[in-house]
Design a protein around this ligand. Structure first.
Ligand code: NAD
Length: 271
């Protein structure tokens, strides 16, 4: 058996592909010879990433998809299989948080709207489950496949303020382990399910928590930097390498794992 990092010719479906992390990931995967199907609620965002990939000689298609609607996912699956022979990898990238589901000096725990909490759980958990139901059938039929979820540091220990996001990402990590076992026990042992747990990146999603308007770190931002042994935020592109490794046969025995990519954040108590 040889260690094989090659991913050329593999096809990946990526949800949330118009976003910062998955957009960068898709570009890097395409540059390594993978065919990528970019699914996002906003077609223009996914199309912009696809255009950039195709202009550079890669192979990408874009499709407007709502990960919370089964009929939308079924239509996306048909669209992908009309373009590509099969699917090898599913990346459940659609996810996020919202201010309304976060405690702050303006909003205490007792008045958070249940709709806001539900929005975060739905997007991060139900979105990944429903997408895996729809695309995972392809893997069950061919008894091979590779699912990669996006967990978070909040999956391991809840982060202050982000009540729903922490709970939802803990559920994503749990779902990753559950799904890995379920696929193997029922649909063959060539299916792997893993998650990456990104550390702190500075993105649109969390900027209001991390940075003041003048760019200086908020108290929370400073705490994150102090607790990250590498002393900086991650760059979205730094999520791509471990994901490409998971897509390859070099990770053939990695299954049910939640892999931190966090500059050491989860290894350090802060003392
Ligand atoms: P982002 O907001 O840039 O991207 C998310 C994408 O998902 C957007 O393009 C959005 O249009 C899409 N989306 C939203 N709702 C959707 C739906 N119903 N159906 C389909 N697509 C939908 O966020 P990001 O920072 O790139 O995050 C990507 C993933 O990584 C998320 O799961 C996020 O929770 C996770 N994550 C991010 C960080 C971080 O610091 N940015 C850290 C840990 C984990």
């Amino acid at each position: 058996m040889k260690v094989d990092f090659k991913v050329t010719g593999k096809t990946a479906v990526i949800t949330g592909a118009g976003g910062i992390i998955c957009g960068e990931m898709a570009k890097e995967m395409a540059a390594k010879g993978m065919q990528v199907a970019l699914l996002d609620l906003f077609e223009d965002k996914a199309q912009a990433v696809a255009d950039e990939i195709n202009e550079k000689g890669g192979t990408a298609i874009a499709c407007a998809t709502d990960v919370l609607k089964r009929e939308s996912l079924e239509a996306a699956k048909k669209f992908v299989l009309d373009h590509f022979e099969s699917i090898d990898v599913l990346i459940n990238g659609a996810g996020g948080n919202k201010k309304g589901a976060t405690t702050s000096c303006e909003q205490d725990f007792f008045h958070i709207a249940i709709e806001d909490l539900r929005w975060v759980f739905d997007l991060n958990v139900m979105g990944a489950v429903l997408t895996t139901q729809v695309f995972g059938e392809v893997f069950a039929e061919k008894k091979a496949g590779n699912v990669i979820n996006i967990a978070s540091m909040a999956s391991m220990i809840p982060l202050t303020n982000t009540i729903a996001y922490s709970g939802a990402k803990a559920a994503v990590a749990n779902f990753t382990q559950w799904m890995a076992v379920h696929f193997n026990q029922n649909y063959g042992q060539e299916i792997r399910v893993n998650a990456i747990a990104p550390g702190f990146l500075l993105t649109q999603q969390n900027q209001f928590l991390m940075q003041k308007e003048d760019g200086a770190p908020t108290e929370r931002g400073q705490k994150v930097l102090d607790k990250t042994p590498m002393g900086r935020y991650g760059d979205p592109i730094e999520m791509a390498g471990p994901v490409i490794w998971l897509c390859s046969e070099a990770a053939s025995f990695v299954n049910g794992a939640v892999i931190p990519i966090d500059g050491g954040f989860s290894a350090y108590w802060g003392v």
